[in-house]
Design a protein around this ligand. Structure first.
Ligand code: SF4
Ligand code: SF4
Length: 228
């Protein structure tokens, strides 16, 4: 990509044959805009221009058009509007990227890998031994680099079955039963770009009360003598 010295815009326009005013620009190639950059003086479009030739119908040329807009009141007003809109949407951002409470769709269909330290943390959280957590909740498989020791089990064999630690509340929403002890894979999971979000759930947190934490099933008998 060619770098333009914006202080020499006239020279650039003369050299490239590109117009310096919006009304002189053939806007059709701008349907293929790759990038728009705005600074306090210039707006720059990078776009693909298709050139029709007898010998090569598909020739695409990458072009760049720069306009010094800051003494053009119409352009200044338009760019001011774009900046206002960007500010407005930036304010919305935290809402847009938050998961609806109780969604947990990613806790089904997704298999979090666990490292040795993940298993140690889960073991401490559940008051169990490392080996017991591995035996009961982890599909063991060592990775080539030795970092991951396996991935968390699901309640069934189907890929879309839910994680063994996923809990449901009476409200029909779900939550992680070992939240403080969950693996790093789950901590790092981001809702940005998530396609599985359950849009039927309300975003109000006040209506969602999580239930009890995950309790490991103990083998043996309870105090009444019944088998667990
Ligand atoms: S450990 Fe918790 S957060 Fe991770 S997949 Fe299981 S239920 Fe979801
Ligand atoms: S919105 Fe996406 S990332 Fe968030 S809980 Fe739902 S499925 Fe998981």
């Amino acid at each position: 990509m060619e770098t333009i010295d914006l202080t020499k815009l006239r020279n650039y326009a003369r050299r490239t044959g590109q117009p310096t005013h919006p009304e002189m620009l053939d806007a059709r190639p701008l349907e293929h805009v790759n990038k728009i950059e705005i600074d306090e003086e210039h707006v720059t479009f990078e776009f693909d221009e298709r050139t029709t030739r007898y010998y090569n119908l598909n020739e695409i040329v990458h072009r760049e058009w720069t306009y010094k807009y800051n003494d053009d009141p119409e352009f200044v007003a338009a760019i001011g509007k774009v900046i206002d809109l960007a500010r407005k949407h930036l304010k919305d951002l935290p809402e847009n990227v938050a998961c609806p409470p109780g969604c947990a769709q990613c806790c089904s269909g997704y298999e979090p890998f666990v490292s040795r330290s993940d298993v140690e943390r889960i073991a401490k959280h559940l008051h169990m031994s490392y080996d017991e957590v591995m035996r009961r909740y982890v599909n063991e498989r060592s990775s080539a680099d030795g970092f991951h020791v396996g991935w968390l089990r699901k309640i069934g064999d189907d890929i879309s079955d839910q994680c063994v630690f996923l809990m449901g509340s009476k409200s029909g929403r779900h939550y992680c039963g070992i939240y403080e002890g969950r693996p790093h894979d789950c901590r790092d999971f981001t809702p940005i770009g998530c396609n599985d979000v359950d849009e039927s759930l309300p975003r109000a947190t006040s209506k969602f009360k999580i239930g009890p934490a995950f309790m490991p099933k103990r083998r043996g008998r309870n105090p009444n003598g019944k088998r667990l």
